[in-house]
Ligand binder design. Structure first.
Ligand code: CTP
Ligand code: MG
Length: 254
């Protein structure tokens, strides 16, 4: 937590002294059941290098100077023991443990409702199932949101994209303007709150930008790396496991 990263506003009046400190808060959503992954234990609690996958994700935010506090959203049954888990892994920035909802968007909203709006300036929403985000990517996206109000980490598409109908290629799509939406997605708190208040929250809302786009708000992009995958299937887990092992064993950094 670097104090120069914080915006401090001091109002002086004749007799009173108001001191407000704005923070950047991260909401890590990890309340899903991992249907596509298909294991009994949800994917975010499977271990890599002796710790649950979600702990690797939390450690990224713990080590990022742009983040002041972390709100974790978990399934109700995971909430009770998680404070102890956080202590075990020395997660000092963990401020709140919140129960999730039926959809990812509902889980994000529960996290959002737990934030103290008097103190928070930027909120960074991140998937618990993305342990390979870099500290630089988190900082750059938070910083861009501070400048512009809304920022999304994105990645280019390496493959040629085809349009297909009835099992046949009917066209080639120009991918130079296409990007994959990653997380974190960062916003001034009031923008994200308004986006949730003014839109219907359903299964089709798979990211926050979708809601903020609907407000007509411009969202800046930050180009991220290909390594920041979401663990969805078994092969993603193998990729993450290998990369995290390599990171621990070598000077290689992401
Ligand atoms: N998530 C959540 N609450 C939900 C659904 C998802 O907090 N009701 C979280 C997941 O835990 C994950 C992130 O949102 O970290 C991205 O979701 P996804 O990869 O789709 O995970 P799951 O929903 O668990 O997987 P699946 O869709 O295969 O069931
Ligand atoms: Mg899902």
């Amino acid at each position: 937590m670097k104090s120069e990263k914080r915006k401090v506003i001091i109002h002086f009046s004749l007799f009173t002294f108001h001191f407000s400190l704005f923070m950047n808060s991260a909401i890590i959503v990890a309340a899903g059941s991992g249907t596509r992954f298909g294991t009994k234990t949800p994917k975010q609690f499977l271990e890599i290098l002796g710790k649950p996958l979600v702990i690797h994700t939390l450690e990224r935010f713990e080590s990022c100077p742009a983040i002041d506090e972390i709100i974790i959203v978990l399934s109700l049954e995971e909430t009770a023991g998680f404070r102890q888990t956080a202590e075990k892994y020395n997660l000092k920035k963990l401020a709140k443990i919140v129960a999730g909802g039926d959809t990812r968007a509902a889980s994000v909203l529960n996290g959002l409702n737990a934030i103290d709006s008097q103190k928070c300036e930027i909120v960074a929403v991140h998937d618990g199932a993305r342990p390979l985000v870099s500290i630089r990517e988190i900082s750059a996206t938070v910083e861009k949101a501070r400048e512009t109000g809304a920022a999304c980490l994105v990645a280019s598409i390496p493959d040629t994209i085809k349009e297909v109908a009835d099992g046949k290629i009917v066209g080639t799509i120009d991918r130079s303007n296409l990007r994959r939406a990653l997380t974190p997605q960062c916003f001034r708190l009031e923008i994200l709150k308004r986006a949730f208040a003014e839109n219907e929250i359903s299964e089709i809302v798979t990211d926050e930008c979708f809601l903020v786009e609907k407000l007509g708000y411009e969202i800046a992009t930050v180009e991220g790396g290909a390594q920041n995958i979401k663990i969805t299937n078994r092969e993603d887990f193998v990729f993450a496991e290998n990369l995290l092992k390599q990171l621990e064993d070598s000077e290689f950094r992401i």
